[in-house]
Every structure is written in C-alpha cells, then in structure tokens.
Design a protein around this ligand. Structure first.
Ligand SMILES: Cc1cc2nc3c(=O)[nH]c(=O)nc-3n(C[C@H](O)[C@H](O)[C@H](O)COP(=O)(O)O)c2cc1C
Length: 329
C-alpha cells in the first residue's frame, strides 16, 4: 500500500512504540494511520479488570507508548505535534500525532531512542552499588519535564514500601479474579506476542521489597543471583490528580524515566502492586506526605549478573498498527 513520506515516518515511530512497557505486557493500545496523522487508541479488550478496574494502569501503559513514539520521531529528526485526548465523546482516542518541524537529533536524543530496544524489566535483585545522587536528580528532572513528579524513597521509608507491596501481593493472591488474570496473561502461546513469559520472571527470594510473582507455580526462568537490592533506589512516580490526561502524562514520564535509566546503564523494574489495592495505596500516599497521587513505584539499580534478561514478546506490527487512509485528501 502506498504511504506518503510523513505517514511512513509515523508508522516507523508506532513500530518503535510497540516496545514500550505495559502492565502484564498487555500492550493495551492500537495505532491507526489516517492520512498524515497517527492516532493512538486505548484497547479496552486488553484491560486487566481484576487489578485495574478503572483503567489507570492501561492509561499509563498507553502514555509510555506515546512517549516511545515521540522519542523515535525525535531520533528520526522530527518534532511531534501531539494533541492528547482530542475527541470529546471518544474517550478511547488518546492522542493525535502529526509531524512538526524537522529538528536534527542531538546525541542525547539518539541515546534515549537507542535505549528503546535495549530496555527490559529486570526482576532480579540488583547489586550493592548505589545509584548516584546526581543521576537521581537527572531522572527526577526528566519526569518533571513530562508533567509528573518523582519521589525518591528514603532509606527509612523502604520498610513501609515493602509492607505496602507485600500486603498488596497477599490480598491479590487471595482474589480468584486476580489469579485468573495472572493465569491468562502469563506464559501465553508465542504466536500471541504478549503477556509475561516465565523466562522473565524471577524465583522468589528474600528481598528488601518483594516483586510480583509472575510464576507462582515455581517455573520462573531467572535465577535470583547474589544481589540483595542493597544499592537499589526505589522511586514513586506521582502527580496532582489521576484523571485520564494525568495518567497519560504519567505514562510518558515513566517511559522517559526508564529510557534515561537504561541509557545511563541502570537496570529497572516497575512495581505497581501497591497502587492496585486500597490500603497499600494509602501507605504510598503517606510516603508522599500527601503531596500527590501515587501512580506506581520503580526499582532502579545496577545488575549483578551479566546474563541478559530475555526480551518479552510483542504483537506483530500489522496487528497493532492499521492504515485506514493511505494518503491525506
Ligand atoms: C503500568 C505498568 C505496571 C507494571 N507493573 C509491574 C509490576 O507490578 N511488576 C512487574 O514485575 N512488572 C511490572 N510492569 C512491567 C511489565 O510487566 C513489563 O513492561 C512487560 O512485561 C514488558 O516487559 P519489558 O518491560 O521487559 O519490555 C509494569 C509495567 C507498566 C507499564
């Protein structure tokens, strides 16, 4: 099918955005190319109703995909004109993107875009080396540039974060709807190109803050290793509200955070259990001293094992990106 030059660039950006992180690797988005416009839609058929009844994590995942697309366009030498939530009465139309001015990419943009394919969620414990303060400051700034905030959890607050995650995990494992979603979204057949494979789950171990057990049957593929998360930094991504626009921005900020962390040689793992259950969520809000709405937490650090984490699968581009009108009229 013949596509205009802008549409080809937008399609390439949408392809890069398929590598974005998403809750349970549900990839709850679809892209459409309509003339010279790229449209991002939420795909509610991929929503995890047990842990995400309001679609907050779905919106954050879509925001991460939006930021990935913007980053890919920037590395291709184009600014993006983005209209978020442009369609009153069309809540699932999340963003309309057009090419803006040509802007030659600087080395920082190239490095960030280069992290798109290298970034992985690494659930193994990280090592003793601490994340430098100045890097945490840069990560905080990059989150703020996307319109969200980052709280670096103080050492004396880590036990409260651990209690929040542990309580949330316990409550979820008592919930048959959660167990059904976990079963549905883990170890899916390879042709589906989504879900969390057991090969990327980590075997249970004593941790400062527990991570989600994606292989409760004991089939996790990653060995825990010798790290105990001693040098890990825990951060909470937050904002002033949790309306759809706030959550989309939170996702853009999460993507900016994870890509910069990857470009700087950090390993990362998102932790959302504590915001999925009401009491642990209140604990997280307390850690923010009431300054805002917690969106999720992220563990950052230096990996101990040189063994790479296997890539999680992605859907075929032809399934997730549709061309509805090849040329603008
Ligand atoms: C909104 C959101 C919530 C997530 N929550 C968790 C979580 O609680 N535990 C976890 O191990 N990974 C979590 N992840 C990471 C996803 O499982 C991961 O992005 C997905 O499996 C794809 O793998 P990748 O990040 O290696 O590409 C979350 C990601 C997002 C975007």
């Amino acid at each position: 099918m013949s596509l205009s030059a802008p549409a080809r660039r937008l399609r390439a950006a949408a392809r890069s955005a398929l590598h974005a992180p998403s809750v349970f690797n549900s990839q709850p988005w679809s892209w459409r190319i309509n003339g010279d416009t790229l449209l991002l839609y939420a795909d509610r058929s991929r929503q995890l109703h047990s842990i995400d009844p309001d679609g907050r994590l779905l919106m954050i995942s879509c925001g991460a995909a939006l930021h990935h697309a913007r980053t890919a366009l920037a590395a291709d030498g184009w600014s993006a004109e983005v209209e978020c939530l442009p369609g009153a009465g069309h809540p699932d139309l999340l963003a309309r993107i057009r090419l803006g001015a040509a802007v030659p990419p600087g080395p920082r943009t190239r490095r960030t875009a280069g992290a798109i394919r290298r970034r992985r969620t690494d659930r193994r414990p990280f090592g003793d080396r601490a994340v430098p303060e100045n890097l945490l400051t840069r990560l905080r700034r990059c989150v703020e540039l996307e319109g969200a905030y980052l709280h670096v959890v103080r050492q004396d607050q880590v036990p409260a974060l651990a209690v929040a995650c542990e309580h949330a995990a316990g409550a979820e494992h008592e919930d048959p709807a959660y167990l059904a979603d976990l079963d549905r979204w883990t170890d899916r057949p390879a042709w589906r190109g989504d879900g969390v494979p057991a090969g990327t789950a980590v075997r249970p171990a004593l941790r400062r803050v527990p991570v989600r057990d994606f292989a409760p049957g004991g089939t996790a593929g990653l060995v825990t290793g010798t790290g105990v998360d001693k040098g890990a930094a825990y951060v909470i991504l937050f904002g002033s509200a949790d309306q759809p626009g706030d959550l989309l921005r939170a996702g853009e900020a999460l993507s900016a955070l994870l890509l910069l962390a990857t470009a700087e040689g950090l390993a990362s793992a998102t932790l959302s259990e504590a915001v999925e259950v009401s009491w642990p969520r209140l604990l997280l809000r307390d850690l923010l001293s009431g300054l805002g709405e917690p969106y999720l937490a992220v563990r950052l650090g230096y990996r101990v094992s040189g063994q790479p984490v296997p890539a999680t699968p992605r859907r075929f581009p032809a399934e997730a990106i549709k061309v509805v009108a090849p040329r603008s009229g």
